[in-house]
Design a protein around this ligand. Structure first.
Ligand SMILES: O=c1ccn([C@H]2C[C@H](O)[C@@H](CO)O2)c(=O)[nH]1
Ligand SMILES: [Zn+2]
Length: 136
């Protein structure tokens, strides 16, 4: 877990991002917030599209913001969806998070009261394919 101050900020950022989701089709709001290993915060929401497959996930938005700002090392990522069911990152997002993860990256799945489940990258995506697989 990140320290208390970082944890609170991540949760607030993820909730705030969730409130901004553009979801006229699914009405399913999702927010994500990232803390990088160098102490920066990024967030994102899902953005749907009338051409349904073009919609993007909250995690993808947060990752795009992180990369735009020159950061590539996720320490913690919080994900929150509206409603009671826990939102675990979809398969595509697991792979997107994996690209920017390291041994100590943690994925925290939140409910309305805070973190409900914390997972390592390997728990979320075992036997994963990553950048090092391309190193010869
Ligand atoms: O981890 C997830 C799972 C789903 N969604 C979005 C995609 C779509 O807009 C809506 C319903 O699938 O939730 C995310 O943003 N992140
Ligand atoms: Zn996704």
């Amino acid at each position: 877990m990140p320290d208390k101050k970082h944890a609170e900020h991540l949760f607030e950022l993820a909730k705030d991002a969730m409130s901004k989701a553009y979801v006229p089709y699914s009405k399913f709001h999702v927010g994500a917030a990232i803390l990088t290993s160098n102490g920066k915060f990024y967030s994102g929401c899902n953005v749907e599209n009338a051409a349904y497959p073009e919609g993007t996930c909250a995690e993808a938005g947060a990752i795009a913001s992180m990369v735009l700002n020159g950061d590539t090392d996720i320490k913690d990522i919080y994900v929150i969806g509206h409603g009671d069911a826990l939102v675990t990152p979809c398969g595509g997002c697991r792979q997107k998070i994996r690209e920017f993860s390291s041994a100590d990256t943690m994925i925290h799945i939140c409910g309305s009261e805070g973190v409900r489940k914390s997972l390592t990258m390997n728990e979320l995506l075992p036997f994963s394919f990553g950048p090092e697989n391309l190193e010869q």
